[in-house]
Design a protein around this ligand. Structure first.
Ligand SMILES: [Zn+2]
Length: 284
């Protein structure tokens, strides 16, 4: 937060044209201003907000969220407007991050280049995911502290460039935690289940959990899914169990998170893993 305050302070000093009007209401932003960062905004009740000109949902209590994708560049312009006609405008600098390269070998070839007979199934599953992303949850659970869904050795980090059996593929949008099959997976924060599927081609057992305003946890490769779509869960409730279903080389939790089209890094919400061991296996 010190860094954030310093950054905003520097921006305001460097560009007085963006400075808040002297009587403007307060606006506080929490979260890392960097690629993969999820930001929680706290304005006053009645606020409206836009990011790069697009309206953001703002709760009645003035809380809102937005995220920066892994490949977000440069700056983002945030405007918060109040019913009395005042507004706050901030140009946020999105810091770049360095991404690791992770090679994963020994996958069955069908998970690297799916055969033609799998393409219809993959397309159908993509439609299910797209439909789930259209869900609207008005709660602001995303502003509360998160917990790890599973604890254990971290075997994959957010944003790494993936090379499967020597073939470059899309980056890894989540964190992997190695754990035995059957280990319970708990909800990192309260949410509404917007997708619950027992076995998708790539994801295996898959759950989407919307923590409000589209800030959604993605849990993959589950051996068992214990929740159903539309179900409300509390932080710490069991969602299912660790497995190695879908494109996985061993049993592990995959925890991803997105806000709208932006894939964000869940670790920013939960902090470092307690007692993470350095020798980890099992990834996707
Ligand atoms: Zn993963």
């Amino acid at each position: 937060m010190k860094r954030l305050a310093a950054l905003i302070g520097a921006l305001l000093l460097a560009a007085p044209v963006w400075a808040e009007p002297s009587n403007s209401p307060n606006l506080e932003l929490q979260g890392p201003m960097e690629q993969g960062g999820l930001i929680v905004g706290m304005a006053l009740p009645g606020a409206r907000a836009t990011l790069q000109g697009a309206a953001l949902p703002v709760a009645e209590n003035g809380i809102f969220a937005f995220g920066f994708d892994r490949d977000h560049g440069g700056t983002a312009r945030l405007i918060v407007a109040y019913p009395d006609g005042t507004h706050v405008e901030r140009v946020l600098e999105v810091a770049p991050r360095e991404w690791a390269i992770q090679r994963i070998d020994g996958l069955p070839p069908k998970y690297v280049s799916p055969p033609a007979e799998m393409l219809a199934r993959i397309a159908t599953e993509r439609e299910l995911k797209t439909a789930a992303r259209a869900a609207r949850v008005d709660e602001t659970w995303f502003a509360l502290p998160f917990i790890w869904p599973v604890t254990g050795p971290v075997s994959g980090v957010f944003g790494s460039q993936r090379i499967y059996n020597g073939e470059p593929r899309r980056p890894h949008y989540g964190v992997d935690v190695a754990a035995p099959t059957g280990t319970p997976i708990v909800a990192p924060q309260a949410g509404i289940v917007t997708l619950a599927h027992p076995d998708m081609f790539f994801e295996g057992g898959l759950v989407f959990l919307d923590h409000g305003h589209g800030v959604t946890s993605v849990i993959m490769h589950m051996s068992r899914v214990d929740v159903t779509e539309g179900q409300a869960v509390a932080r710490g409730d069991v969602l299912g169990a660790v497995g190695a279903t879908g494109r996985a080389t061993g049993p592990h939790l995959h925890w991803g998170m997105f806000w709208r089209g932006a894939q964000v890094d869940p670790v920013n919400l939960v902090g470092t893993m307690p007692e993470a061991a350095p020798t980890a296996t099992g990834g996707d």
